[in-house]
Design a protein around this ligand. Structure first.
Ligand SMILES: *[C@@H]1O[C@H](CO)[C@@H](O)[C@H](O)[C@H]1NC(C)=O
Length: 730
């Protein structure tokens, strides 16, 4: 979570009331009004955390007391049994579970855009509209969220942890990167393995191999570990064929895509650029959830002549960013500090962030820049970021400044010409000098009205490539988790000045949403205030003007979704305009669709899809997807969704509107979660074309890349080798 600054203060405040019994400690007791959520994090952090009042000495065998103590040593390493014990120490509370389920049911039932599509077996396996001549890339179970939530009410759980995880995995099973339910209580610890794996195709056969190995002392590799681990084949993991073990894991934990090939990529190591080149470890080796046991067994085959060897490697368990050091000291205070204490802080913070967001940009898709540290991130993007990045050390240099060993340099066949916060610009070398690459790592750009470098420098870099004689251009959007919708639209307009840059969308418009919209669209707002359901913030597709009243919601359309008839808003889009466009005369760009190509590893999510799909689906730019499952088509983009809101933002929006539904809707109004947890959901449906009937999220025909490239030993570490393969195709 990017909420640490506020959470720290909240927890500190709460620590003063640690003596209260958990049963009486309702979230209302944690009063946060003294904390201005807009306070920059530096200030919040500078505040001294008050020490909890001395409580009775903790029992030596209290598992949460053990992890509190273990976390105090530098380079803290926590023990598996204590973490497991602490997570499982909190008893299942039916009263809390019922409130959590009501909150999740109410927000998903009324506001989640894909609640009905998620149930549909045909849509989820892409059988309603497969791409002509190929099968669909989707493989994801149909999920009846409302039915499963109802079932959870009567299920007996061993403890709170089991209940919370069941709910999290239910939301993840939809495989929508914008949808999650996550409980901060069980998000305090990270689990890491020193071996990072990948699955290249060698001699026409895909196999799992070691991509990177941490052989430091902390890694605790056993004595029988082979010396040179890199590129050793991993035949089995915990006794299961390695590829199968990883696929089974990622199908449950990733939720990045409806395409299992993209989920496989998400589990594995990859190299990509984001300010610099780094190794992203993947979800298999960096986990947020408690692994099934304390160690993992790898059966390794290092060289064909060697005997296979099985090594047992412990998980390295460390406190995560949400671990409140020195504030809890036993199971009871852990519950108060990590599980319920920041419930309110969460909503206050997100509410404020969300409001600014809606006000500034009108849309959040992936990550919306709000200035400073306020942002709303797609859950899949956040999970990816939290795994961290392994910096690739620069190769040793000779006295003349040239690298002594070219092979450790990531990019050797291209020269970096320029870079911005979002994008690096490369020109290929040698006979490929007329071919260039823009590596777009995210759409996290500053608001152009206040801070326009990201916008202006984006086309400046392209103009530099053009002026260096680049006739062909590759956009590399590997590991691009989104950003601001406005920036994505902007990129479309830079390249295709004659065409509409926006994406058409609609929003679910149940009777409740319509009632909210009537109030929101008539209210006068002060300052930064605003509502996501104020129709005046949306532009009508029909009239190309902003709505003047709630008719966007109240005079919408009827459509079939997952076999059910539902009400949708009128089609609309987010407002946009940029003072620097169109580029004219000598500033104009000259690449035509046939001169361009897009390459990703399938993880081009959210706002990234608004660029990639526009280039391909509308303009016919060829797409390449790298990695995935051999002999199976691979998506070049994922979770286009619409825009993302969280439960707290919706609740505070309704609170600010003083919204009180009548009749049977009264019991269905979204409410805050009673614990420190967060539900995030897709609120709008975007479409590939203004006249499409299936939202892009489920329009399976468009997902497969034109070309599927297998990952190989060299290009996995040197993306410019993939650029060369594409350059040959022009
Ligand atoms: C939908 O719009 C696209 C682009 O404007 C057009 O090419 C296509 O023919 C339209 N399809 C239908 C069914 O009208």
């Amino acid at each position: 979570m990017k909420l640490t600054s506020i959470l720290t203060v909240a927890a500190a405040l709460c620590a003063l009331t640690v003596n209260a019994a958990p049963e009486t400690h309702s979230t209302k007791d944690i009063h946060l009004s003294s904390t201005d959520p807009s306070t920059p994090s530096v200030n919040a952090k500078a505040k001294v955390k008050p020490k909890p009042k001395p409580t009775k000495p903790s029992k030596a065998n209290d598992p949460c007391a053990i992890i509190a103590k273990q976390a105090k040593s530098p380079g803290a390493s926590l023990s598996y049994s204590a973490v497991k014990g602490c997570y499982e120490a909190h008893k299942f509370r039916k009263d809390i579970a019922d409130k959590v389920l009501t909150s999740v049911e109410n927000v998903l039932g009324n506001f989640y855009a894909f609640v009905d599509q998620a149930r549909d077996p045909y849509l989820n396996n892409g059988r309603d509209s497969p791409k002509p001549g190929s099968s669909s890339v989707f493989k994801t179970p149909p999920v009846d969220l409302m039915k499963e939530l109802a079932k959870m009410r009567t299920t007996k759980y061993k403890n709170d942890y089991e209940f919370q995880m069941a709910l999290t995995f239910l939301t993840l099973s939809v495989n929508d990167g914008h949808l999650t339910y996550r409980d901060s209580c069980y998000d305090t610890v990270s689990f890491g393995q020193p071996l990072i794996l990948y699955a290249p195709v060698v001699n026409n056969k895909q196999s799992v191999r070691v991509f990177y190995a941490d052989t430091s002392k902390e890694a605790k590799l056993p004595a029988n570990t082979p010396k040179d681990l890199v590129d050793c084949a991993v035949t089995d993991i915990d006794g299961v064929p390695a590829l199968e073990a990883i696929q089974t894991f990622t199908d449950k934990y990733s939720a990045l895509s409806k395409d299992p090939g993209v989920r496989l990529n998400d589990a594995l190591g990859s190299v990509s650029w984001n300010e610099n080149w780094g190794i992203y470890p993947g979800g298999f080796a960096r986990r947020w959830a408690l692994p099934a046991k304390a160690t993992m067994d790898y059966t390794l085959q290092c060289g064909a002549s060697k005997k296979p060897v099985t090594i047992t490697v412990p998980w390295r368990i460390t406190p995560s960013d949400s671990f409140e050091h020195s504030i809890f000291d036993d199971t009871k205070s852990y519950w108060e500090v990590q599980c319920i204490a920041n419930a309110n802080a969460h909503s206050v913070f997100n509410n404020k962030a969300q409001r600014n967001n809606i006000n500034n940009k009108g849309a959040v898709n992936g990550v919306a820049a709000l200035g400073g540290d306020k942002e709303e991130v797609a859950p899949a993007t956040e999970a990816f970021r939290r795994r961290g990045k392994i910096e690739i050390a620069a190769p040793p240099r000779r006295s003349n400044g040239k690298p002594a060993d070219d092979s450790s340099e990531v990019i050797t066949r291209a020269k970096q010409v320029f870079s911005t916060g979002t994008t690096a610009y490369y020109q290929l070398t040698g006979s490929n000098k007329d071919k260039c690459v823009a590596v777009i790592s995210n759409e996290y750009a500053g608001d152009f009205r206040f801070q326009n470098e990201d916008y202006v420098n984006f086309f400046k870099g392209l103009q530099m490539l053009r002026d260096r004689g680049c006739k062909k251009l590759i956009l590399d959007m590997t590991n691009n988790g989104g950003g601001s919708v406005d920036f994505a639209y902007f990129v479309n307009k830079v390249f295709f000045p004659e065409e509409d840059a926006f994406f058409v969308q609609d929003l679910p418009s149940s009777t409740m949403v319509q009632e909210v919209a009537k109030i929101a669209s008539a209210k006068k707002y002060k300052g930064d205030d605003g509502s996501a359901f104020d129709a005046r913030r949306y532009v009508s597709l029909a009239t190309k003007r902003s709505f003047k009243d709630a008719t966007m919601f109240t005079k919408g359309t009827i459509a079939k979704r997952g076999g059910k008839t539902v009400s949708l808003s009128q089609r609309n889009y987010h407002e946009h305009s940029w003072p620097f466009l169109p580029l004219k005369g000598k500033n104009a760009l000259t690449w035509k669709p046939k001169d361009m190509a897009i390459v990703t590893n399938g993880y081009c999510g959210s706002a990234c899809t608004m660029i990639a799909t526009r280039f391909n689906i509308v303009h016919g730019v060829k797409t390449y997807a790298v990695g995935g499952i051999q002999h199976r088509d691979l998506s070049y983009f994922t979770f286009p969704g619409g825009f993302v809101l969280n439960n707290a933002a919706i609740v505070s929006d309704l609170d600010a509107l003083k919204f009180k539904p009548r009749g049977k809707d009264a019991a269905r109004r979204p409410v805050n979660l009673p614990i420190a947890a967060d539900t995030r959901l897709t609120v709008g449906e975007i479409y590939a074309f203004a006249n499409s009937t299936v939202p892009l999220e489920y329009d399976a025909q468009y997902f497969a890349a034109t070309v599927h490239l297998d990952q190989d030993l060299v290009s996995a570490r040197h993306p410019d080798q993939t650029w060369l393969k594409i350059a040959k195709d022009f």
